[in-house]
Write a protein that binds this ligand. Structure first.
Ligand SMILES: [Zn+2]
Length: 385
């Protein structure tokens, strides 16, 4: 199973219930499960069992956003963690787990009696440096940052934030039906039905639908959308950046992270979803990104480089290509445990965002975190083509 919103499965079929209703149901179920498991002592047992097994849990973060700036943030909810919650997650991990530095990972390893965890960050957002780094430094934690290397220093690097800007402008002008017309135009070029638009249509539903198209097609469609709508929609963002943190780190900033002892890995060159590319294009994405990292950060070209697949989308053929291109370990976005027998090129990870670590009132809940990290991971098995 994939994590919610941001990583909605590509193969998920539309059903009669709306995804927003399903999302609400899923979150209620989650709260109820966590409560029942806590009372039964199952969460504590799951944590102990992961600690005893020596299996590792790898966490994925994307954006760490200051609480007071959350309204500015256009990134999908499934990749946003408020700074105050992040601080509490770090505090929990520091006292209840054993956090390993990425470059020290070895099998077998010394067991500490606590679950072994590794922290990773995807995409390369500037808030990783500005907001997250001070917490990592003061807790003495080393993490791996997976960089979309072709977009270093770039503002508005990905299409979901751009779409969010357009969506919000249309909604506030009561003009969302215009978006439906444009979606029909894209739909007519494929056989993938678009979600029905009405007052309660959630941004995430459109996002999930669009992720089924190649990245180039989406960018071109957004360009034409912007051209068509700009003359008629007031304040349609024309590449305007509202959130100064909506950019990726540049190479100087990545060097600061590396100098502080952190590992910089690859998140490919352009964040294209590798399962949508032909083998030659996959190799190009991986090879060019590896060259970027070598050129800017690893002049000796000998350092083993880690990789995380955009959107977690991979296959055995892609994993083999990554190995041939010089990557030593590669990570998914599907929850699970990193066991000794796990393929080094298909390592599961747990996506951590506000929705997975907070209770009904939006406060940090160690039980919700334990449910995600230890209980669910031990029960998830992912299959690949
Ligand atoms: Zn990503």
């Amino acid at each position: 199973m994939r994590t919610a919103e941001h990583f909605a499965s590509k193969s998920s079929k539309s059903s009669n219930s709306s995804p927003s209703m399903l999302g609400h149901l899923r979150s209620s179920l989650r709260h109820a499960s966590v409560r029942a498991l806590r009372i039964a002592g199952e969460l504590r047992a799951a944590r102990k069992s992961v600690a005893a097994s020596g299996d590792r849990v790898v966490l994925t973060f994307h954006r760490i956003v200051p609480d007071k700036e959350i309204a500015l943030c256009r990134s999908p909810r499934g990749m946003v963690l408020r700074e105050s919650i992040f601080a509490q997650v770090i505090e929990y991990l520091k006292f209840s787990t054993s956090i390993e530095a990425p470059e020290r990972v070895e099998w077998p390893h010394y067991r500490t009696g606590r679950p072994q965890v590794i922290l990773t960050f995807d995409d390369g957002w500037i808030d990783n440096l500005d907001i997250a780094l001070p917490y990592l430094t003061s807790a003495g934690i080393r993490a791996c940052f997976f960089m979309t290397t072709g977009f270093a220093g770039q503002a508005e690097p990905f299409w979901p934030e751009r779409l969010r800007g357009i969506f919000d402008s249309l909604r506030s002008a009561n003009m969302l039906p215009l978006l439906q017309e444009e979606m029909h135009e894209l739909e007519s070029r494929s056989d993938i039905p678009s979600p029905a638009m009405n007052g309660s249509t959630k941004f995430e539903e459109i996002l999930t639908w669009l992720k089924q198209f190649p990245t180039d097609t989406i960018s071109q469609w957004l360009d034409s959308l912007q051209n068509h709508l700009s003359p008629i929609v007031p304040n349609l963002p024309a590449g305007t950046i509202f959130d100064p943190r909506e950019r990726l780190m540049d190479w100087d900033e990545l060097q600061q992270l590396a100098a502080a002892g952190h590992t910089i890995g690859s998140h490919t060159r352009s964040h294209a979803l590798l399962t949508q590319l032909d083998p030659h294009a996959v190799r190009e994405e991986l090879l060019v990104s590896r060259e970027h990292l070598s050129e800017h950060l690893h002049p000796s070209n000998e350092a083993p480089i880690w990789l995380s697949y955009p959107n977690g989308d991979a296959s055995h053929a892609i994993a083999a290509s990554a190995l041939r291109t010089g990557y030593s370990r590669a990570f998914l976005n599907s929850p699970g445990l990193w066991r000794k027998r796990t393929s080094q090129m298909l390592i599961p990870r747990v996506n951590v965002w506000d929705g997975t670590v907070t209770d009904r009132s939006g406060d940090f809940s160690p039980e919700h975190l334990e449910y995600s990290l230890f209980w669910k991971t031990a029960r998830t098995h992912t299959k690949y083509k």
